[in-house]
Design a protein around this ligand. Structure first.
Ligand code: C2E
Ligand code: MG
Ligand code: MG
Ligand code: MG
Length: 292
């Protein structure tokens, strides 16, 4: 009997693995078709000043409304897109859509904020990258201060000299640059001084443990102190509870992004948030946000 059980378990395991492989295969296949782009959508998540509850920025996050697999997470398809050689057109679509949208909000008289886009490591190091950004901004007549670039630590490590140069070019143009997922790479702290970024985003992995893990709390404290001593703006990612918020406030971390204030939302919904300009949290919404 035990043997049979084992066999069944193996069967179940193997079919889950098959489904995963099939899904990846199917996703990669349909990525090509999705290039018509109507299946992609940008969601926007507000960045908040915790003293005023004001929206100070937004991060654009890609969503793929896949006809078969429903909503596919970017974590599932960005790497596949890179491998399939599709990250350039997708990235272009993301930047164009974010800029067009922001320009539209501006024309509608809304108080617009910079919108940040995530840049794949591969893209960041390519020759035409900065030129293409310039072109998109020009075509949409959007002031450079309203587009922000988020890059990850790991993408800088691949070629430090080139990375320093690209960051300089972006800042010279007036764009803001953020270092994303900070703490998850092997952040030799000396790096921070040579990369002249405007903002560092502390990864959710550290924020998650606030209130639960004293050691992580100390790490967060150390990171915040360090960043601020370098006069770099700091933002905490993935803030979900009021306890985390209080902890960050005490450390003078002034900006946060996370479900506590808002999940990433569709453009129409973000427009409503922009109209108000502020997001108030209360026990009710923070509880709801967590449960969804
Ligand atoms: P990221 O740039 O670090 O984005 C933050 C991720 O954390 C987003 O996941 C966001 O929905 C999620 N998040 C925000 N607040 C909370 C919170 O309070 N709790 C939890 N549990 N999660 C929170 P998402 O949208 O699934 O994106 C995952 C990653 O995919 C992004 O990480 C980014 O690296 C990549 N990505 C997303 N959009 C794009 C894009 O347009 N281009 C490229 N190259 N990468 C993208
Ligand atoms: Mg990001
Ligand atoms: Mg991040
Ligand atoms: Mg991430």
């Amino acid at each position: 009997l035990a043997k049979e059980d084992g066999k069944n378990q193996y069967k179940a395991y193997s079919s889950i693995r098959d489904i995963k492989t099939f899904k990846a295969f199917s996703i990669e296949n349909s990525l090509h078709k999705a290039m018509g782009m109507e299946e992609f959508e940008l969601y926007y998540q507000p960045k908040i000043d915790i003293h005023t509850n004001r929206i100070v920025g937004a991060e654009a996050l890609i969503r793929w409304n896949h006809p078969v697999w429903d909503l596919v997470s970017p974590n599932e398809f960005i790497t596949l897109a890179e491998d399939a050689g599709l990250i350039i057109p997708i990235g272009k679509w993301v930047k164009e859509t974010a800029c067009k949208q922001n320009k539209k909000w501006q024309e509608e008289g809304l108080n617009i904020v910079p919108i940040a886009v995530n840049i794949s490591a591969k893209r960041f190091m390519q020759k035409e990258f900065v030129k293409n950004i310039e072109k998109i901004l020009l075509e949409n007549q959007l002031d450079t201060q309203y587009l922000e670039i988020e890059i990850t630590e790991t993408s800088l490590m691949e070629n430090e000299e080139l990375a320093v140069d690209v960051i300089h070019q972006l800042s010279d143009l007036g764009l803001k640059v953020s270092l994303d997922d900070f703490g998850t790479g092997y952040s030799a702290l000396s790096y921070l001084k040579q990369f002249k970024v405007d903002t560092i985003k502390i990864d959710r992995a550290f924020i998650k443990e606030i209130g639960e893990n004293k050691q992580d709390e100390l790490v967060v404290k150390g990171i915040i102190n360090l960043i601020q001593s370098l006069n770099i703006n700091v933002i905490a990612e993935g803030v979900e509870t009021e306890e985390q918020l209080r902890f960050l406030r005490d450390l003078k971390c002034n900006q946060v992004q996370g479900y506590l204030y808002s999940r990433p939302v569709k453009a129409a919904e973000f427009k409503e948030l922009l109209k108000k300009g502020k997001i108030k949290i209360n026990a009710q919404t923070s509880k709801l946000n967590k449960e969804i």
